[in-house]
Design a protein around this ligand. Sequence first.
Ligand SMILES: [Zn+2]
Length: 357
Amino acid sequence: MFTIDAHLDLSMNALEWNRDLRQPVLAIRKREHGLTDKPDRTKGTVSLPALREGNVGLVVATQIARFVAEDNPLPGWFSPQQAWAQTQGQLAWYKEMEDCGEMVMIKDLAGLEEHLALWQNNETDNSSKPVGYISSLEGADSIVTLDHLHKAYANGLRAIGPAHYGPGRYANGTDSTGHLNDQGKALLKEMDKLNIILDATHLCDDAFWDAVEIFNGPVWASHNNCRVLVNHNRQFSDDMIKALIDRGAVIGGAMDAWMMVPGWQRGVSTPAAMGCNLDKLIDHLDHICQLAGNTQHVGLGTDLDGAFGKEQCPYDVETIADLKTIPELLARRGYSTIDIENIMHGNWLRLLRKAWN
Ligand SMILES: [Zn+2]
């Protein structure tokens, strides 16, 4: 079944993890033998061939670069200008993948429909099809000024999550608190004008409630699970989920193990010992469906290359191609074919078609 993954950090992996994503996952892992600089070395699960094998023909792909003030202990750039340059390097990688025929940027309705028709054509097999990507920005620190926002839009940027971890220039994120500042409000208003989708993921609670009030345009949460199942401020409370449902938003289920099962200890817990499998993700999706009373507000936003690999993802995911097992798991939980299509691609497409109409 055609599948959309609404959150991957492909370019970050290419440029900061030094992964040639045109290679099969096993080749990428092999090349990393002996490297110890990242916790997920030799354990990656994502590559362009694996996406094609899994019928994941469309992804939301990030640019990501944080600015850190002197008192911020998180890793990041010491000026917004450096962060901007980092994102432009990431964009250059996506553009190079386009030139190789590996990927294609999807930035409007005509391009979306053309791409879907290509992937629905079963006469050519997936291995020769470019993976479509919608350009998004995770954390808006790198938008130096609103002029940069216009530049980014002209370069195809179509979704922004204003926050990431910690304090941000526009909005505070996970593990942080505080309402939107004037700069954050101005960013949302300009995004509204440009019809850029607001990604509510990573907004701290205060900023989340400000943003849903101020912003009038299309909203999604690219990779977010439920606080009631795993209690952490990174996750959405039921009230937040209900507010998103009221806005017609879609929430992408994330496959970072600590967000899926309670009590995860980073670097200590293992997926098998914690019983972390794809069924646990379905628990989160199902909780949102129960709150909504339908299956129209959930999708997948795996984050499977978000600085973790097999050591911290469901044990029944060897590579991202295993997303193709999810329809059967949903069917076993009583989801109908239409429900399953909604979750695997239909809900993201409905939101995009409405946003880009
Ligand atoms: Zn994230």
